[in-house]
Write a protein that binds this ligand. Structure first.
Ligand SMILES: [Mg+2]
Length: 382
């Protein structure tokens, strides 16, 4: 079997799908995208195709190594997202060629379902509490919200109070049993992160995500280690080498690599196993589309430390299209009792509706995240 072609499709709401076809007709799908940089990742996939066309798609470890190491320059969001989507499609092809799910080729599964959480917003207490109640009524047992609006290095206590009011409203609405994750989204600088982590202690949170940007962890280790709230981060780290110092710091309790940004199944599993050696949990980042979620579930199936899975159904980004629109059989992601079953079909376990992908790619997208400003006119992290 040889790789014959690689085709990318830019599809709404903000995704990029990759179709790899082989000379014997087996087709694999991947989702190589960095949100807001879909065209750059598509170009990187196209460049990597020079080597890939004509290669045996089943030799994934060797292809991964060549794609990672052979360009001299390596790593970062664009390169590792391109590599990720290609790797996903290769696992899809190999599984389909052999008639087994990818996890079966990776040692089998340690679970047949995993807990999921739902996004509930976070900008206004009344809305956030209502959204939390609604998703809990639909069976979710965990939710995630944004903690704050934009925050200056030193900001005012009314913003801290609004964050606390927001989280309190959600806790009141859902009761003590529901997991609440609060995402600081890299918006918070060290001085305010210290304050917020302390003030949020009474709410018994599931975790705080990106309390500071990953690149500031080394200067914040003492606070993070001492926080009684579990600390999660990792969506902006792209490889084993990026995670190495974060894990060694002892500051992080849950890592959140994104298998569409960190080199696919091959690399995400290695990162997960590194984390297991530090007794750190895995909660794969996935605000993306159906191929990305299917990929995550193949990894969750085989990684003992996988704890909870993000998924994007109904997330605020999904306006023109949602998670299930591009699947032949959307029931593959049916959630029950706050969990989703690991798909057991061959490859990534889903069937992509190719006709609909082509139809929506004609519209495409140019999704960009908003640019925020502080009241003094300076840039604010979103
Ligand atoms: Mg996040």
């Amino acid at each position: 079997m040889k790789i014959k072609s690689l085709t990318t499709y830019t599809v709404p709401p903000r995704w990029l799908f990759l179709r790899i076809e082989t000379d014997d007709g087996v087709v694999g799908w991947g989702e190589p995208v960095l949100e807001g940089r879909a065209a750059s990742v598509a170009a990187a996939v196209e460049e990597l195709s020079d080597y890939l066309i004509g290669q045996d798609p089943t030799q994934i470890e060797d292809l991964w190594t060549v794609m990672y190491r052979s360009g001299f320059y390596r790593g970062g969001g664009i390169h590792m997202s391109a590599l990720a989507g290609i790797d996903q499609a290769l696992w899809d092809i190999k599984g389909k060629a052999l008639g087994v799910p990818a996890y079966e080729l990776l040692g089998g599964r340690v679970r047949d379902r995993i807990k999921v959480y739902s996004w509930i917003g976070g900008d206004r207490p009344a809305d956030t509490a209502k959204a939390a109640r609604e998703v809990v009524d639909r069976g979710f047992t965990a939710v995630k919200m944004n903690g704050t609006e934009e925050l200056q290095y030193l900001d005012t206590w009314d913003k801290v109070d609004r964050c606390l009011a927001n989280v309190a409203a959600v806790r009141d609405a859902v009761g003590p049993e529901i997991g609440i994750g609060v995402d600081f989204h890299g918006r918070v600088h060290k001085p305010m992160a210290k304050v917020l982590l302390r003030e949020l202690e009474p709410f018994r949170l599931m975790f705080v995500e990106e309390p500071v940007l990953s690149e500031h962890v080394d200067g914040f280790v003492d606070v993070l280690r001492q926080s009684p709230i579990p600390i999660a981060l990792g969506e902006r780290l792209f490889s084993r080498w990026d995670f190495k110092s974060v894990l060694a710091s002892g500051a992080v309790d849950i890592i959140q690599p994104d298998p569409s940004h960190c080199g696919g199944i091959t690399e995400a599993r290695k990162i997960a196993h590194m984390a297991e050696a530090y007794d750190v949990a895995l909660a794969l980042h996935c605000p993306l589309g159906p191929i990305a979620l299917a990929t995550c579930l193949q990894i969750d199936a085989g990684c003992y430390n996988a704890t909870i899975q993000e998924q994007s159904l109904g997330i605020h980004y999904n306006t023109s299209n949602d998670l299930l629109d591009y699947l032949v059989d959307p029931s593959v992601f049916t959630y029950a009792d706050g969990q989703v079953r690991i798909p057991t079909g061959p490859g990534l376990g889903i069937e992509v509706n190719e006709e609909y992908v082509i139809e929506r790619a004609a519209e495409g997208h140019r999704w960009r995240n908003p640019v925020w400003r502080h009241s003094d006119g300076s840039f604010a992290e979103w």
